[in-house]
Ligand binder design. Structure first.
Ligand SMILES: *Cc1c(COP(=O)(O)O)cnc(C)c1O
Length: 380
């Protein structure tokens, strides 16, 4: 099956009792046993649920993975990956990770005696240098949020293999439509399904995908033991969203390419970062491992913070909102919104300046989005 077919069909068969083309929502907590010791494969929804199982099989099919485990959010998915580790273990992580991920690592997991070293994973030598005997996980986000740093996954897989550590990739920004990290040697891929996979700002969810039977078993054990699982209805809504993933990612990517080029030419814009622009420092790597460049752009205005604030308050079509990856174009100010919990010193050290603006380009008509930005920029 080609990718465009998989997103519509993977793992989905007509409902065996009615023939319904859309699978039913099994909104149930428990299942009646036929007799003592004999169930129909399901006993309690925290452990497993038919709608969730369908989503896990669907997303595994799309990613080209053997197994999937769905969680209640992208964050609980990342947390599940980190729960594979034990006190004393060390993690080498991309420095520009999602704000919630740094909060989880630095404010919660360090209290449970895990240690973290943040490096710019777009520079493989720095990753190699950061490895220690107690390192158990290499954690990479590509492209990153919000600086859109791109990491060479083949190079990372090589380093992870040399050191015998697990290699996990948060591929939320790329989606399996544009990048499939397992094909580049990752052991685990996670997505916040809240973003492009569900695609319509309708829910919070996450998925962990792997080819490894033992890791998959551990993820299912964590689902059952902790219960950070998505509701059957959210699983069903995600299944609906995924069907248009291939189409949406094409449009997100082509719209973003046009808008990034427009911003790069604009006199009031000091700097644009988009992996599809030849000016991006890792454009070549992105072009090699991704089939298009997704819908995320970050940029800085020449007028700094006041200009950024004016722009954010002036746009109309672009929605001033946290989150990304949905059909609506959304604009955010990382310093006061998504990354407010990262201390200012650390933010600045990471290149996350106060004037940085992040744009999640939607699938609206590109001319309408350009007109909105043009109008707002003229007022800055
Ligand atoms: C949003 C996001 C997360 C967290 O996902 P939630 O579904 O909001 O919990 C993790 N990583 C990345 C890259 C994200 O964009």
């Amino acid at each position: 099956m080609k990718f465009e077919t998989k997103v519509v069909r993977a793992g989905i068969e007509p409902d065996p009792t009615t023939g319904a083309i859309v699978p039913p929502i099994y909104q149930t907590a428990t299942y009646v046993l036929e007799e003592v010791g004999r169930d129909k494969g399901f006993d309690y929804t925290r452990s497993s649920n038919p709608t969730r199982q369908l989503l896990e099989r669907n997303l595994a099919g799309i990613e080209g993975a053997k197994h999937g485990a769905a969680f209640a959010s992208g964050m609980s998915t990342v947390d599940a990956v980190l729960k594979l580790l034990s006190a004393g273990d060390h993690v080498v992580s991309s420095d520009d990770v999602y704000g919630g991920v740094s909060r989880l690592f630095d404010q919660i997991l360090t209290r449970q005696a895990l240690t973290f070293t943040y490096v710019d994973t777009s520079q493989p030598d720095k990753v190699r240098e950061a490895m220690r005997p107690e390192t158990k996980l290499l954690w990479v986000e590509t492209p990153t949020n919000p600086l859109l740093k791109v990491t060479d996954l083949d190079a990372m897989a090589q380093i992870a293999k040399e050191h015998g550590v697990l290699f996990g990739v948060d591929s939320t920004f790329a989606t399996p439509a544009l990048l499939r990290p397992l094909e580049h040697g990752a052991d685990i891929v996670v997505h916040s399904t809240t973003k492009y996979l569900s695609g319509h700002n309708q829910l919070i969810g996450g998925i962990a995908l792997t080819d490894d039977d033992e890791l998959a078993e551990q993820f299912h054990f964590l689902q059952k033991s902790i219960g950070a699982v998505p509701s059957p209805t959210d699983c069903w809504l995600t299944l609906l969203g995924v069907k248009t993933l291939a189409l949406r990612m094409e449009r997100h990517s082509s719209n973003a390419m046009r808008i990034a080029s427009f911003l790069e030419e604009h006199p009031k814009v000091a700097r644009v970062t988009y992996p599809g622009l030849p000016s991006h420092p890792r454009h070549e790597v992105a072009a090699r491992q991704m089939s298009a460049f997704s819908g995320m752009i970050s940029f800085e205005l020449t007028g700094g913070i006041p200009a950024g604030r004016a722009l954010l308050n002036r746009v109309r079509l672009c929605r001033l909102a946290e989150s990304l990856g949905a059909v609506e174009t959304m604009i955010t100010h990382p310093a006061t919104m998504t990354h407010v919990d990262v201390p200012r010193e650390e933010r600045l050290a990471r290149g996350l300046t106060d004037g940085l603006v992040r744009l999640s380009v939607g699938i609206e008509d590109v001319g309408d989005i350009l007109a909105d930005l043009e109008e707002a920029l003229s007022a800055v």
